[in-house]
Structures are given as C-alpha cells and as structure tokens.
Design a protein around this ligand. Structure first.
Ligand SMILES: O=C(O)CCC(=O)C(=O)O
Length: 257
C-alpha cells in the first residue's frame, strides 16, 4: 500500500479505512482503564422483551444461559439473546474470506498496555463485498429496531487460541445500548457479571456461527468477558477454545455522551 495512504497511530500502520475505527477502540480502552465508565441512573430500558424479539423464542435461552441466581437469570434471558446457527458454513467462509487477508498481516498482541484483551488483533471495517453486506444487514435488522442510528464501521476482533477478554463494560461514549456479535472459527463461553457484585453472573454459550445480541441491562450493568481455554466450561462440560473471530455491530451512543 502506498505509504501516503497510511496513517500512523499508537505504533500501528493503518489504512485510512480502518484508522478512524482504531482511534475509537483506542479511546474505548483508555476509558475502561481509567474506570470512567458512567451509566446515568435515569437510563430508560426498552420495553421490548424476549417474547417480542424474533431472534429468540421464549425458553430458548435455557440452551445457552446458566446463571448464579434467578434474578440474574431473568435479566440475562431478556437482554442477552443468542441465535445459535445464525450463520451457515458458507456464510462463515465468506466473512472469513474477506477479513483474513488483512488480519493475517497483523500480529497478535499479548502485552497490551491496557491489558483488557490478551492475545488479540483487531480492525474496524467499513466496506464489505455484496454477499457479506447481506449477512451484516441480516444482523443489523435482527439486533436493532428500525431507525436506530448504527455505527457503520464493523469491529473485527480476532483472539488467538490462548487469547481471552477480561471483564469490562464497553464505554458509553462510543457505543449505544446494543452490541451484536457473530462468533467465527470457535465456540466460547462469555461470562456476564453484575458490575456492582460479580458474584451475580451468567455464563453464555456462544457456539461457532452464532449471533449474540447484548442489550440494555446486560450491556450497561454487567461486565462481559470471554473465558480463556482452561476456564471454558458450560454446564459442567468443557467448551474447547480455538482461535476465535468476532464480527461486531454496534449502534451509536446516546446523545448525552
Ligand atoms: O468478541 C466479542 O464477542 C466481544 C468483544 C468485546 O468484548 C469488545 O469488543 O468489547
């Protein structure tokens, strides 16, 4: 790539397409590190409940969620939805085919200064081929009600087999009330723990090719993390961890931020 078309940030060479996204992620991590995550007490949660959401029918959550207590269970059953088998194998290959050439040129980072993610590489991508645009449109239509302003950049996060994501809440300044993520290449267990009391938590099974929709209370009041291989268990069964790639759509932050 022509050097004039690149920009340097935080020691990385980035194409113009991804540099804006990287800056956002960088800022997000900075905010996490400084513990400046603030959720207004007055935040309004949507009244849409799981039975109204076409993604998951009632009771399906029992297949992918196990919680420490009944209150956490009912909150996460409503606000952390998972559609297993959302992607076909062909669709997974199509997404990977488009992102792999770029991702493979990046090195995994194991000792990031912020230490929020271990063993990862990431980018944010604006332009997708026709086939993948259709897949992402399907994600967006399911995750976000019509008219909700969405971030056009899609976050692509690749963690190595040894990689994991530590508990954090996404910064409210950079992301709205819903986070929709596809899991490629490997299943994993995502743990959501109440930020004020981490003994209240739920483990969520994210199968390979599933889509999760984390919204409202699950997004704001709970930290989320992706467990490392040695802790990757669901209902007493080991969930083998491999290299995992997530493709994540978010909506715009609310105006007050
Ligand atoms: O990989 C995922 O699905 C979650 C990523 C994540 O925690 C983040 O980007 O804040």
């Amino acid at each position: 790539m022509n050097a004039a078309r690149r920009c340097m940030y935080a020691g990385k060479l980035l194409s113009p397409e991804i540099s804006k996204g990287y800056l956002k992620c960088y800022a997000k991590l900075l905010i996490n590190k400084q513990n400046r995550i603030a959720v207004p007490v007055s935040r309004q949660y949507s009244t849409q409940d799981v039975s109204e959401h076409s993604a998951v029918t009632s009771e399906q959550w029992k297949n992918y969620l196990i919680a420490s207590d009944s209150e956490t269970e009912s909150i996460l059953a409503k606000d952390m939805l998972v559609c297993s088998d959302f992607l076909s194998e062909t669709e997974e290959e199509s997404l990977l085919g488009e992102v792999e050439p770029y991702m493979k040129r990046l090195r995994y980072e194991f000792d990031h200064w912020d230490n929020a993610i271990h063993g990862y590489r990431e980018t944010e991508k604006l332009k997708w081929n026709k086939e993948n645009q259709k897949i992402l449109q399907r994600v967006r239509e399911l995750a976000f009600p019509p008219g909700v302003p969405q971030i056009s950049y899609v976050h692509v996060l690749d963690i190595s087999k040894e990689g994991y994501i530590k508990p954090h809440v996404d910064a409210v300044r950079f992301c709205g009330n819903t986070i929709a993520g596809l899991s490629l290449l490997s299943s994993c267990v995502m743990r959501l723990a109440l930020e004020k009391d981490s003994s209240c938590y739920g483990d969520v099974l994210l199968n390979r090719r599933s889509l999760y929709i984390m919204r409202h209370k699950a997004r704001y009041d709970y930290t989320h993390e992706v467990l490392p291989g040695e802790k990757s268990m669901f209902k007493g069964q080991a969930i083998p961890r491999n290299r995992r790639m997530s493709i994540i759509c978010r909506n715009e932050p609310e105006k007050e931020h």
